[in-house]
Design a binder for this molecule. Structure first.
Ligand code: RP5
Length: 164
């Protein structure tokens, strides 16, 4: 199976981005996690991106906050699918990172998830790998069914409490 790369701009992103790692672990998807910054360590970010395909990756998740150029900078150096996570920060609540990540120029796509959307980033990366992996697709469907069951159980509890 191809690996997923989880790249983030700072260790301060880790408490949120580690949820992506947790999700990949739950699905048994191999991954690597690195702290590379488009601004502070641009050479490392570039080198990783240029070699990611030959190093066995199938998808890259890139999380960054503030003037968040990491996902775009990585996408500029690979044709692997790149998923951007805009990180919430203390001044502009992540709107800065959201706009920086999502507003890519035509030709260099970044699939941007919600602010701090680490779990969805991981799920989207798994869906990308599952295009050519039926076992992974079955695991995704099983999770959807389990999630649906959990919500219906909560609904039944709320209905019993408020509608009787
Ligand atoms: C971005 O700047 C990082 O991704 C992080 O979200 C933000 C702040 O980084 P620190 O100053 O906390 O290292 O590059």
């Amino acid at each position: 199976m191809k690996k997923v790369a989880i790249i983030m701009g700072s260790d301060s992103d880790l408490p949120v981005v580690s949820k992506a790692a947790d999700t990949l672990r739950q699905f048994g998807v191999p991954f690597e996690l690195h702290i590379f910054s488009a601004h502070r360590t641009p050479e490392e970010a570039r080198d990783f991106s240029v070699r990611a395909r030959e190093n066995g990756f199938g998808c890259i998740i890139a999380a960054a906050g503030m003037a968040a150029h990491l996902a775009g900078a990585i996408a500029a150096n690979t044709t692997l699918p790149v998923i951007g996570i805009p990180m919430k920060s203390k001044y502009l609540d992540g709107i800065d990172a959201l706009l920086s990540t999502v507003q890519m120029p035509s030709g260099i796509p970044v699939a941007t998830v919600a602010i701090d959307g680490a779990v969805n980033a991981a799920l989207l990366s798994i869906e990308i790998l599952a295009v050519s992996d039926d076992t992974l697709a079955e695991k995704l469907m099983a999770k959807r069914k389990a999630d649906t069951k959990a919500v219906l159980e909560k609904n039944a509890k709320a209905e019993a409490e408020f509608n009787s």
